[in-house]
Design a binder for this molecule. Structure first.
Ligand code: UD1
Length: 436
């Protein structure tokens, strides 16, 4: 029933016996039977998604770190998924693993496996995207309609230092690409959109040392409660974003907010990720970037696998409990499930406004040193490390206020830092990579 498709959109379609060559690839839009609702765990079961069997979710960047985990959780929750990825920072084999894990899950649950289709496709390549969207167009007398019920958009460049060196590459892909993409989606009547944003939009607001509330960074004037329990109005704009990558995320949010105002048919959610870590508990998915990693946990993994001799801890003189920087580390499976929660609320038309931002974080901070110590404890290995100067552009403290996503999406992170470290260790064990 389930199906996995590896197709180069620009390559000729696989020819069936007797069939002729087509100018555009043909897309299989068949879907297996999907029950009207599926529980994928006790918590998200509360959301009771009604997943019509003929609907699909389009996921851009569906094979990357967060994209692959979200694709897996979507399949577990009963959604048919079309994943597109240009493989610039992901591997095609990830799709097999997602398929394996989702199939196993449904086998155990006794539920039908939804369909996963994967295409090697750049989300900016509109010419190639159109045949796929055409294939999912449904009959309608008036406005365009599609069997693609929603889009989760991950595809973007995300390396901070690279963005400083090559800003136009970032503005072109992340911002210009988004404009052409949503314009095209809109013309096919696909107007439910989940955008992958980042806590980086808070810029230097993070230095306040208090959990970051969504209403501190807004795209229209918004009221917020101050410390004295009185209200003040926050004006739209950004504060002290330190790099082009961060600015692309803020600009994309602003564009999407304007789009939602101009056309009330759009339902748009911007999810502001804090620091995603860990991997699926199976150990079969993980953070496997093609580019040199700069984030803390991937660097720690490089030390654990012997590729780096030690970890450089950037800054030990921050105003924090042990002098190292504090972040809100969120397990990637929790983060992925946050997307399902947002999609479910958006598809039911239950968003408070048709553009809404949500933090995806735990609401708790851990210092860099705490992360190192937790990983040592879980792995029972010593991690060589040294203290070095602060990294340019870093802030000392960045932690989410988690109430809005809990109140409005009925979603909270459940997994701990230890869980994330244990899952990483498990993944390294089964791949035979650990070296310490
Ligand atoms: C970074 C990005 C942020 C992006 C996020 C995605 C910067 C300035 N910000 O956030 O825009 O949304 O990743 O995950 O890069 N650290 C070390 N040694 C290392 C690597 C990191 O000490 O080798 C420290 C950093 O200085 C920081 C903490 O670990 O204090 C977390 O770093 P990182 O994982 O890179 O995430 P952020 O900087 O929070």
């Amino acid at each position: 029933m389930s199906e996995i498709v590896f197709a180069e959109i620009n390559s000729p379609p696989q020819s069936d016996a007797g069939s002729s060559t087509f100018d555009i690839p043909s897309y299989d839009i068949s879907t297996p039977a999907t029950p009207s609702s599926l529980f994928f765990d006790d918590r998200l079961g509360r959301l009771l998604r009604e997943v019509p069997h003929n609907q699909h979710i389009l996921v851009t960047g569906g094979l990357g770190f967060i994209g692959s985990h979200t694709t897996l959780e979507l399949l577990k929750a009963g959604y048919n998924v079309i994943a597109i990825d240009n493989l610039s920072n992901a591997y095609e084999s990830v799709s097999d693993r997602i398929q394996l894990l989702a199939s196993k899950y449904h086998e155990e649950q006794g539920t039908p496996m939804p369909s996963l289709k994967h295409y090697k496709q750049d989300y900016q390549d509109i010419k190639s995207l159109i045949p796929l969207l055409e294939a999912h167009r449904t009959l309608s007398w008036d406005s365009p309609k599609s069997s693609i019920a929603g889009v989760i958009h991950f595809a973007s460049y995300k390396a901070v230092e690279d963005s400083i060196k090559q800003p136009l590459k970032y503005y072109s892909n992340n911002v210009c690409g988004l404009i052409g993409f949503v314009e095209t989606l809109g013309s096919f009547g696909i107007k439910t959109f989940i955008f992958s944003s980042s806590a980086t939009v808070y810029g230097t607001l993070a230095t306040s040392g208090a959990p970051l509330k969504e209403e501190l960074c807004v795209h229209k004037p918004e009221g917020t409660k101050t410390d004295q329990e009185s209200w003040s109005t926050v004006q739209p704009g950004c504060t002290g974003i330190t790099n082009p990558y961060g600015r692309t995320k803020w600009m994309c949010e602003a564009i999407l907010a304007d789009l939602a105002i101009s056309d009330p048919e759009w339902t748009i959610v911007a999810l502001r990720y804090f620091n995603p870590i860990g991997c699926d508990s199976s150990g079969l998915l993980g953070e496997d970037p093609r580019c040199t990693p700069t984030n803390l946990l991937p660097v720690i993994v490089k030390v654990m696998t012997g590729q780096y001799s030690e970890l450089s801890m950037f800054g030990t003189d921050w105003d924090t409990v042990d002098g190292t920087a504090v972040r809100d580390f969120i397990h990637v499976t929790d983060l992925a499930q946050g997307h399902i929660a947002a999609l479910s609320v958006a598809m039911k038309g239950e968003l408070r406004e048709n553009f809404r931002t949500f933090n995806l974080g735990t609401g708790y901070g851990h210092s860099v040193l705490e992360v190192v110590e937790t990983m040592q404890q879980v792995s029972q290995k010593t991690l060589p490390r040294k203290a070095v100067d602060r990294r340019a552009g870093d802030v000392g403290y960045c932690v989410a206020a988690a109430d809005r996503s809990s109140d409005e999406l009925q979603w909270t992170a459940r997994k701990t830092l230890s869980d994330a470290c244990a899952d990483i260790c498990h993944s390294l064990e089964i791949s035979g990579l650990t070296n310490l």
